[in-house]
Design a protein around this ligand. Structure first.
Ligand SMILES: Cc1cc2nc3c(=O)[nH]c(=O)nc-3n(C[C@H](O)[C@H](O)[C@H](O)COP(=O)(O)OP(=O)(O)OC[C@H]3O[C@@H](n4cnc5c(N)ncnc54)[C@H](O)[C@@H]3O)c2cc1C
Length: 460
């Protein structure tokens, strides 16, 4: 029996999460120096760094459900150095600026690991890097081009492996090559967000759960239970942003779905390999991501239903059966030894996608409104860099972080419906078709359809 929804596998299996009493909601009007909307990584890291730098600051976090309800409690647990929009930022601000951003992301992986250790947050962190495999000739061409481009960009510690070397690390069926970077770690996403919330409270941050903010305006966050007034109001709502008044077309809530297997016995692991628990991805257009969990399962994710009409989000992670079936098929195509394996959990979540697919962090000094997000699928580490940047912006400090090229980047809004829905459906239909064509024909070239989809979507 597969448990479908229940927020996520991480939530459903983490006993302390289910038994912890919820934090009290807001009960009337209040004031603060900084009010943060959203209790995910972005909001909580921001509260954490603000309070660490300025212990007297009154920081309040308002969370509609509970800390970790969003993507931060549901993700694939890749803590890695990818940042959405780096190449666009290189075009806009030059190579040196983009390289500074990339180096800051590399450091962020270490920052999260070190801070978790400092705060005694046990989030099953294992630093094994990230391995991405190619399984078709076209994927291999992209993999080689990607590897060469990363070396040319300045990421000199990336490795390239052939089929034999790949198999020595993990026995993925049909793997013809792979690339590995050390800038990544496997984490238990919910343990990190829960530990972070507890660390914030130890520092004196006020967290109200079950407190939905209906509107954000200059110097106030409005909820059904009262308004919190503060000189700074920071929106950290990522995939849920469209539900806020006036934000319908800012960031598109893109869906991502995952499944987890039952714990796998040692004899299965000895066939698969994957003894160092690096995170695992591929070079398909509709790419997958996976981790070997601390309790020896495989958690694997992919796109499923990419977008719901009208920017709607799922109900507590409930996932369509067709998506569960296709992720199960993907899992067994990677690892035929897992045919018939029990899938214990399936869930989904939303990530925030800006119109140009570029992550941003911004503070408008005149209104006191700030926000960070649009991380697309790479927010586990990026949210930490965003939070340290928001800290410096709020404290009025010019730093290495506040001069990074993603700060204060603005982009146009998404198209109104039905064009938004039709566009995303067409985009993912094109990627699926391109993957199917590349697998069937063994062509070494990326299908023009995928290149066209990239160009039209504004993704590259
Ligand atoms: C299935 C899945 C897999 C992913 N895998 C990875 C991965 O492996 N690696 C990676 O780097 N990234 C991954 N991501 C993306 C990553 O999880 C997110 O980018 C990151 O967690 C974003 O953190 P956040 O705090 O900005 O947003 P969230 O974690 O979504 O937090 C936003 C919070 O705001 C609250 N909120 C929203 N609206 C309101 C409101 N009006 N009032 C009050 N509270 C509100 C929500 O309840 C939520 O708790 C994945 C995402 C998903 C969905």
């Amino acid at each position: 029996m597969t448990i479908n929804g229940g927020i996520s596998f991480w939530y459903a299996t983490d006993q302390t999460a289910t038994h912890r009493p919820p934090r009290a909601p807001l009960t009337g009007h209040a004031t603060a120096d900084v009010v943060i909307v959203g209790g995910g990584y972005t909001g909580l890291w921001t509260a954490y760094y603000l309070k660490t730098a300025a212990p007297d600051l009154r920081v309040t976090v308002l969370e509609q459900k509970f800390c970790g309800y969003g993507a931060s409690g549901r993700n694939g647990g890749w803590l890695y150095n990818g940042i959405a929009g780096r190449d666009r930022y290189a075009q806009l601000h030059g190579h040196h600026a983009a390289l500074r951003l990339q180096r800051a992301m590399n450091d962020t992986v270490t920052e999260v690991i070190d801070t978790a250790a400092k705060e005694s947050i046990d989030a099953d962190i294992h630093r094994g890097g990230v391995l991405e495999v190619a399984r078709t000739p076209a994927q291999l061409s992209r993999l080689r081009a990607f590897h060469a481009a990363e070396l040319a960009f300045g990421e000199s510690d990336r490795e390239l492996y052939d089929a034999t070397d790949t198999r020595a690390r993990v026995d993925v069926a049909d793997a013809v090559g792979s690339t590995w970077t050390p800038h990544g770690a496997r984490i238990h996403p919910l343990k990190l967000v829960k530990g972070l919330a507890a660390a914030c409270e130890r520092l004196g941050v006020v967290i109200h759960e079950s407190t939905p903010v209906t509107e954000i305006a200059p110097r106030r966050a409005i909820t059904p239970y009262g308004t919190v007034r503060a000189p700074y109001v920071l929106r950290c709502t990522e995939g849920f942003t469209a539900a806020l008044k006036g934000q319908k077309r800012s960031w598109l809530p893109m869906n991502s779905s995952m499944i987890a297997t039952a714990p796998l016995p040692p004899e299965v692991w000895s066939r698969i390999g994957w003894s160092d628990a690096f995170t695992l991805g591929d070079m398909a257009h509709a790419y997958m991501y996976a981790q070997r969990t601390a309790d020896d399962r495989i958690a694997i994710g992919g796109r499923g239903v990419p977008y719901r009409f009208g920017s709607r989000t799922d109900t507590d992670g409930t996932t369509q059966q067709s998506t569960i079936d296709s992720l199960t098929a993907l899992l067994t195509s990677f690892f035929p030894a897992l045919t018939g394996v029990e899938i214990t959990h399936a869930w989904s979540g939303v990530l925030g996608v800006p119109r140009d697919w570029c992550a941003t962090v911004t503070l408008d000094r005149t209104t006191g409104l700030g926000w960070a997000g649009g991380y697309v699928g790479s927010g586990v580490a990026t949210s930490n860099l965003a939070a340290r940047t928001l800290r410096d912006l709020v404290l009025g400090e010019t730093s290495d972080l506040t001069t990074l090229p993603w700060v204060d980047h603005r982009v146009r809004r998404w198209e109104p419906e039905p064009f938004r829905w039709l566009g995303v459906q067409a985009l993912y239909a094109a990627y699926r078709e391109a993957d199917r064509h590349e697998t069937a024909t063994h062509t070494p070239r990326t299908t023009p359809l995928a290149r066209l989809a990239d160009r039209i979507s504004g993704r590259h």
